[in-house]
Design a protein around this ligand. Structure first.
Ligand SMILES: C[n+]1cn([C@@H]2O[C@H](COP(=O)(O)OP(=O)(O)O)[C@@H](O)[C@H]2O)c2nc(N)[nH]c(=O)c21
Ligand SMILES: [Mg+2]
Length: 325
């Protein structure tokens, strides 16, 4: 074997990774994807972190039985004991602010003000009445079956490799945690950053700070937190989401980081394709599985095992702070 061949022996090629050669797996720049995969594999699991959106990223965009999947706010809104005015007022807010959130013409700075208003008013609405959180658990229990296929395997691998997982949601954290717990994937390496219910004198009192809305859902809100300390040296990052804004979740990490952005595209595929291709490194069209991120991690794990054949796993070693930030 020549010297050059020898040096390239461990280099992975896209064409040799079956998950990335499926027809619904699209890449704007396969060479970049290939380069990042090789960086990930060389750096090993200790340099990696995983950041994922929750609604329609960890949960499916489409289920086999075509049953609708509720969002985290939707799970809360479905709770029977909420006051009668709640649903009505909450729908009014949704119809007012949702069009602003997705308006393609309004500048982000202007949108941010409206989003702060929306989340603030939502928090006010969720105030002043008694609420039993087991209601969320009851509704959430129906949605653990709505997780993407092989989510358990993905989270088991992340735990085995001791890779910190950040589940980021501008929705309601209580619903997110409840779904993850009931699905048995709320492992010690998983942290949920989201909006959590707050109580005062036994009654609901809005959401805890800091408020997480669509446009600050990124690593800059972690600044100075315990989680930040844990991940700031982990510069190999997999980011997964279903909305274009999810691609920014790793904003705030050092510019030298290698970030692989995976986007799940389901709605209006043709109209959205170009934007998704320009935003995500890998676009998965109507893929309701975790197979692509699993394939990437399998490559990291294989090389890691070759390097450390005697290390089994130290899965209990990583425990993330799961209180507020
Ligand atoms: C304050 N608020 C925000 N949302 C929506 O909830 C989403 C939560 O944001 P996300 O979890 O980052 O996005 P995803 O749903 O794409 O995964 C936002 O994009 C808003 O459209 C909301 N939805 C409902 N039903 N009720 C609310 O009070 C409310
Ligand atoms: Mg989502």
């Amino acid at each position: 074997m020549g010297k050059e061949q020898d040096e390239n022996a461990g280099y992975l090629r896209i064409q040799d990774i079956p998950a990335l050669n499926q027809s619904h797996c699209k890449m704007r720049d396969p060479e970049r994807v290939e380069k990042i995969i090789n960086e990930f594999v060389c750096g090993g699991p200790e340099r990696m972190q995983f950041v994922s959106d929750f609604d329609y990223t960890i949960t499916k965009q489409r289920t086999e039985d075509n049953l609708p999947v509720l969002s985290s706010f939707g799970i809360f809104n479905a709770c029977k004991s909420l006051p009668t005015y709640f649903k009505e007022e909450s729908d009014k807010l949704f119809h007012k602010y949702r069009p602003i959130e997705i308006d393609p013409h309004m500048p982000i700075e202007e949108k941010v003000q409206h989003m702060i208003e929306w989340w603030t008013q939502s928090a006010k609405l969720a105030s002043g009445f008694a609420f039993d959180e087991t209601e969320i658990e009851h509704t959430a229990s129906k949605f653990k079956r709505a997780l993407r296929d092989h989510t358990h395997e993905l989270f088991a691998t992340l735990l085995r490799l001791q890779i910190p997982v950040l589940v980021f949601s501008a929705g309601l954290g209580n619903s997110v945690v409840s779904v993850l717990q009931q699905a048995n994937i709320m492992h010690p390496n998983v942290k949920v950053v989201s909006n959590f219910l707050q109580y005062r004198n036994g009654v609901l009192d809005g959401f805890q700070q800091p408020m997480i809305h669509t446009f600050n859902k990124n690593e800059t809100v972690l600044d100075g937190s315990e989680y930040y300390e844990l991940v700031h040296t982990r510069d190999h990052i997999i980011v997964m989401g279903d909305s274009l804004g999810d691609a920014d979740m790793a904003n705030g990490v050092p510019a030298s980081s290698h970030i692989m952005k995976i986007g799940f595209l389901f709605d209006h595929v043709e109209a959205n394709m170009e934007k998704y291709m320009n935003t995500f490194d890998i676009v998965l069209v109507d893929d309701q599985t975790m197979d692509v991120p699993r394939a990437l991690l399998a490559l990291v794990e294989q090389r890691h095992q070759l390097r450390h054949p005697h290390v089994t796993n130290g899965a209990s070693a990583i425990v993330l702070p799961n209180a507020a930030l």
